[in-house]
Design a protein around this ligand. Structure first.
Ligand SMILES: *Cc1c(COP(=O)(O)O)cnc(C)c1O
Length: 226
C-alpha cells in the first residue's frame, strides 16, 4: 500500500536524522516512469513534492493531477536539454539539475512573470564522473552568481548524485565533500537552504552527512515499470 510505504520511509528518514543528531530532511518522492494514479495515491496519503526526470512526462502528470491535487510541487531532477527549458520553466516549481549557463538563461527567460520564482539547485558532479550531469565543483560559484542575478529564479542550493559504490560507506566521503561545497555556497548566498542528496539505498548516509532533502523512488513506489 502506498500509504504504508510512505509511512515507513518517513519513519526511516526520521530515525536516520535522530541517530545523526540532524534536522529531519524533506522527502522528494521520485515518480519518474510511475503512472499518474500512483502519484495520486501518494498525494492522497499526504506527500506533496514529486521529482521527475523527463519534462514531457512531468507535464502530462501535472496536468492529469491538477484538478484533484492542486497543491503538488514538481521538481525536475533529470538532465535538462536546452530545447526543453521553455517547457520546464512552465511545468516545474524546482529545477535541481542546473549545470550550465545556457539553461540558466533559458529558464529565466521563460519563467512567466505572474508565477512565483523558479527554485534552482545547481547540480554538482563532485567526483568528476565522466558522462554524468553536473558541473565541476569549481564552477559552482560562477553559476550561482548567474542564478542569483536572475529575478525570475531563486537560488536554493545544490543537488548531487555521487558514484553509486556498492559499499555504502564508500559513498560517505562524496556526501561530506558536497556538504562542504554547500556550506561555502550558503555563506555567500542568504537564500541557500537546500542540499539534495541521497536516494533509496543510501539516504541514511546522506542524512548523516547533512542532506536537507532526499530523493526517493523505489522505496516508495516499488520497482519502476519500463
Ligand atoms: C531515479 C532517481 C532517484 C531515485 O532513485 P531510487 O533509487 O529509485 O530512490 C533520485 N535522484 C535522481 C536524480 C534520480 O534520477
Amino acid at each position: 500500500m502506498p500509504a504504508d510505504r510512505l509511512r515507513t520511509v518517513l519513519q526511516r528518514i526520521q530515525n536516520a536524522a535522530d541517530a545523526a543528531g540532524r534536522p529531519v530532511p524533506a522527502l522528494l518522492a521520485v515518480s519518474k516512469t510511475q503512472p499518474a494514479d500512483a502519484v495520486a495515491a501518494l498525494a492522497a496519503a499526504g506527500q506533496q513534492a514529486f521529482g521527475e526526470n523527463y519534462v514531457q512526462e512531468a507535464a502530462a502528470k501535472r496536468a492529469a493531477l491538477a484538478a484533484d491535487h492542486p497543491g503538488l510541487q514538481w521538481h525536475l531532477i533529470g538532465h535538462l536539454q536546452s530545447n526543453k527549458a521553455a517547457l520546464a520553466a512552465e511545468v516545474f516549481d524546482w529545477v535541481q539539475s542546473v549545470d550550465r549557463d545556457s539553461v540558466i538563461a533559458a529558464l529565466a527567460r521563460h519563467r512567466a512573470p505572474q508565477r512565483p520564482r523558479l527554485n534552482v539547485l545547481i547540480q554538482v558532479n563532485v567526483e568528476g564522473e565522466p558522462g554524468k550531469g553536473g558541473c565541476p565543483p569549481g564552477a559552482i560559484a560562477g553559476l550561482a552568481e548567474r542564478v542569483a542575478a536572475e529575478p525570475r529564479l531563486a537560488l536554493r542550493g545544490l543537488m548531487s548524485i555521487p558514484v553509486p559504490h556498492a559499499d555504502l560507506e564508500a559513498r560517505r566521503p562524496a556526501f561530506a565533500r558536497i556538504r562542504a561545497l554547500f556550506a561555502d555556497l550558503a555563506a555567500r548566498h542568504p537564500g541557500v537552504d537546500t542540499l539534495s542528496m541521497g536516494m533509496s539505498d543510501d539516504f541514511p548516509v546522506a542524512i548523516a552527512e547533512g542532506a536537507t532533502m532526499v530523493r526517493i523512488g523505489t522505496a516508495l513506489f516499488g520497482p519502476r515499470p519500463h
